[in-house]
Design a protein around this ligand. Structure first.
Ligand code: MN
Length: 430
């Protein structure tokens, strides 16, 4: 596999940090062993945990007001794959890339598959796009796509999703994620029931074309771009969709797509209980769908989500096999740096959740000992697991300190010289 970052750069930086990491890891190992936890087992679990990066995440995002591009932005999917390879080489947590069609469309799919394979990357879920109009598009999605009042427009949106499946099949993807911007801006503008009926009919047509070994993820979002009503607005509607469609249909939870006070970890538990949790788009938010870096605002919430996931896995919940992906918009940071940090934050939440003493927690819950139950969860969260994360990266050939290595490598400056500035590479908020 061609190295995007020179091996020497990683080895040299790691060399200066190895001794301190070994000492920290041993100290944490001793501490955890007193709690009955084998640190090496946790490390192995964490090392095996991967989260996909979105192809659009390596470009600068922006808001609806403006976008301020950085140097060396990827011009097309091949540049994006290079950037994704950098992220994985250093942080060793993101082995798959999630593509977005049409932003990542290419003429030769075998070339794309080959390039990804050479970089050591696979393809995660395919993402369709009927929330904006493309230059060559016949009918507009201004008033909706899969739920549009016009059947011909709906058919165009269905066919786009079928094309996404076809592209994904050629690349080895196993899932399609559908998020639509359909909704209304004024009370009375749209008939809630009829719009949802039309959406379900369209999704049934897409579901019918889904290969047997694929899954269909529908993603809910409370608002935006529609500001009064959204067709797939919350997890309840999302659950109804997955129920209506069938066994291969699941709900995707984007952490930013809820009202600020909503208890997301509880939604996760409900979807697990009824076998309909499809996966995640990780990010963080303070006000709305802010698409900030995972764990940057409320790391405790991220941990509590993983607390439910680890609980489900340990009790072998039926049909539990979520897909994990980052979905963020990077406006003021180098996207490569943000994605490396975010992948680590997701792994951190996972590692912390593995430390919860579940037998003790269960006993406190049965006893109605609210204080000790909450302390049991909090204790795991407050454990500094950084040595586990760093050791997992090092063991997989990555960097103890990915950001330091990345900055020392000069990658951004290099691609800044190689890639002429462009204005539209398909970044944004999904
Ligand atoms: Mn999303």
């Amino acid at each position: 596999m061609p190295a995007m970052i020179e091996r020497d750069v990683i080895d040299k930086d790691n060399a200066g940090r190895r001794a301190a990491l070994a000492a920290d890891y041993d100290a944490l190992g001793e501490h955890l062993s007193r709690r009955g936890i084998d640190i090496d087992a946790v490390k192995a679990d964490v090392a095996a945990y991967g989260v996909a990066v979105p192809s659009w995440g390596v470009g600068t995002g922006g808001t609806r007001f403006a976008r301020f591009p950085g140097p060396g932005e990827p011009r097309h999917i091949f540049d994006k794959l290079d950037d994704c390879a950098v992220i994985h080489e250093l942080a060793r947590a993101t082995p798959r890339v999630s593509l977005h069609i049409p932003w990542d469309k290419v003429g030769d799919l075998s070339e794309l598959k080959e390039r990804a394979g050479a970089l050591g990357l696979g393809f995660d879920a395919m993402n369709s796009n009927t929330f904006q109009d493309q230059a060559d598009q016949r009918l507009s999605y201004k008033f909706g796509s899969l739920s549009h009042t016009d059947p011909v427009t709906r058919q165009q949106a269905i066919e786009h999703n079928l094309e996404c499946i076809a592209i994904g099949r050629a690349l080895g993807s196993k899932a399609l994620t559908v998020w639509i911007g359909d909704g209304s801006n004024f009370p009375g503008q749209s008939h809630f029931t009829r719009a949802f009926e039309r959406y379900l009919d369209s999704m049934k047509a897409i579901y019918a074309a889904l290969p047997d070994d694929w899954r269909l993820f529908s993603e809910h979002k409370i608002f935006e771009p529609a500001f009064y009503s959204t067709v797939v607005q919350d997890w309840g509607t999302n659950y109804l969709i997955a129920q209506e469609l069938g066994d291969k249909a699941f709900c995707l939870v984007d952490l930013g797509h809820h009202a600020p006070t909503v208890n997301i970890e509880m939604i996760v538990a409900r979807l697990i209980q009824f076998g309909k949790l499809g996966g995640f788009h990780f990010n963080d938010s303070k006000y709305g769908d802010d698409d900030l870096d995972a764990g940057s605002i409320d790391p405790y919430r991220l941990f509590l989500v993983f607390n439910e996931l680890v609980d489900a896995r340990e009790r072998r919940a039926a049909g539990f096999d979520p897909a994990y992906m980052l979905d963020q918009s990077h406006n003021v940071t180098d996207p490569i740096e943000s994605l490396m940090i975010s992948a680590s934050e997701v792994r951190r939440a996972y590692a912390q959740a593995l430390l919860v003493d579940r037998a003790a927690l269960s006993a406190y819950q049965e006893d109605n000992d609210a204080l000790m139950a909450s302390q049991t969860v909090k204790r795991a969260y407050l454990t500094d697991v950084e040595p586990i994360l760093a050791m997992a990266r090092l063991g997989a050939g990555g960097a103890i300190d990915p950001i330091a290595c990345y900055r020392a490598s000069g990658y951004r400056q290099r691609v800044g010289n190689e890639r002429p500035a462009i204005h539209a590479a398909g970044g944004g908020i999904v």
